[in-house]
Design a protein around this ligand. Structure first.
Ligand SMILES: Cc1ncc(COP(=O)(O)O)c(C=O)c1O
Length: 384
């Protein structure tokens, strides 16, 4: 059997008619740049996540980059980032000329270890970027407390967590419910609509969400050449807009997001049921404060690389998110970190393995993957 890592064809089938109709309208009107469909999607997505404002941009990386700029972050500033995430989180900081400062992750969730953040806060620290990695929310409550104590901004990286939820355990923000979607708790929520994401376009796309009107107005300018009116430019802005055609597909998919996330969660439960007896496999867990949306179903296993090879031979596509923590990436040698600085991130990078995960993955496919995984882990040559 062949099991792809991700298969989006069935998603397309579900929205095909709506998409054709929506795109036809855009082609007829020719409003490819910042058409009203973009505004519509921004409003719908802000409503879904639970913020007042949203600004569509052309990638998740730009959502973070322009988001940081909109908060005034730049040269001489430091921004705290987990040592284990996709490179884009740190690159966005570098683009502003601020310095990324890494913090190790926790072994349970693979998210930033909030208990280690205060150790690296300096006079230059301006913000923290919690990354809701794989679709599991960061423990926001203690994080927000630290941010308040040191007057730091929180820029949530939600590229992998559309629809994931956090439950406040102790405090409630007045006027707010105790359960919040990720992207609505920090100063900014930054999303990617890269095609494989839980909410994916058919090209690049991203969005910044905020409740701050001034920040919103700045973001509108930053994404559109810094313009005030058509040919009047008041800041050095960028060309980073969400395409109208992408907004159409994203609006159609947003209506299905909760259903598709539930399908992912069901798939995850089946994986867990089939693999829980296997003592060689560390399964993902869901903390009591969070609702996981399983953008990635990541397990941990010793002798990972050999196992990957064997699974691929059996037609099962697997990937590694991520084989190298950020402090060991060549591009960040300039920061002066060394091997051993973030032991948990280094350990996880050596053991983590992503199994196929998408809403329409079938029971048969999951069982095939688990049977093969179990047979392989039982084989002596795979044991360490
Ligand atoms: C955690 C994280 N942050 C940021 C990004 C960047 O998003 P994009 O690819 O849309 O620029 C990604 C994309 O893969 C991501 O996984």
């Amino acid at each position: 059997m062949e099991v792809p890592f991700i298969d989006l064809e069935k998603q397309y089938q579900e929205i095909k008619e709506e998409l054709k109709e929506g795109w036809e309208k855009v082609f007829k009107k020719g409003n490819f740049i910042l058409g009203e469909e973009v505004k519509y999607f921004e409003e719908e997505f802000a409503k879904y996540i639970g913020t007042k404002y949203a600004v569509g941009v052309n990638s998740g990386t730009d959502a973070l980059f322009l988001g940081l700029l909109s908060l005034g972050i730049g040269k001489g500033d430091e921004v705290i980032v987990p040592a284990f995430t996709y490179i884009a989180t740190a690159l966005a900081v570098s683009f502003t000329q601020a310095r990324p400062v890494f913090v190790d992750i926790e072994e349970k969730t693979y998210n930033i270890d909030v208990s280690q953040i205060e150790k690296v806060v300096t006079k230059r620290t301006r913000a923290i970027i919690p990354v809701h990695l794989y679709g599991h929310p960061v423990n926001m409550e203690p994080l927000l407390k630290i941010a308040k104590k040191y007057n730091l901004k929180i820029v949530e990286d939600c590229a992998q967590a559309h629809g994931a939820e956090y439950k406040y355990q102790k405090t409630r923000i007045p006027g707010h419910q105790s359960t919040r979607k990720v992207g609505s708790m920090g100063d900014l929520g930054c999303f990617s609509f890269y095609p494989t994401k839980n909410l994916g376009a058919c090209g690049d796309g991203g969005m910044v969400l905020t409740n701050n009107k001034e920040v919103y107005k700045k973001l509108l300018r930053l994404r559109d050449y810094g313009r005030k009116s058509r040919y009047e430019h008041i800041i050095k802005g960028y060309n980073s807009r969400l395409d109208t055609l992408q907004a159409v597909i994203l609006s159609a998919k947003l209506e299905k997001l909760d259903k598709w996330n539930e399908m992912r969660r069901k798939n995850a439960q089946l994986y867990i049921k089939c693999l829980e007896e296997n003592k060689d496999v560390v399964l993902p867990r869901e903390e009591s404060y969070g609702k996981h949306v399983y953008h990635i179903f990541a397990i941990r296993i010793k002798n990972r690389d050999k196992l990957c090879e064997e699974l691929r031979k059996r037609g099962i596509s697997v990937l590694i998110h991520y084989p190298l923590p950020l402090h060991l990436q060549k591009v960040y040698r300039e920061l002066g970190y060394k091997k051993g600085d973030f032991p948990v991130a280094e350990k996880i990078a050596g053991e983590i393995l992503s199994l196929p995960m998408f809403p329409h993955l079938t029971e048969k496919q999951i069982k095939y993957i688990c049977e093969n995984l179990t047979n392989l882990t039982n084989k002596v040559q795979l044991k360490v």
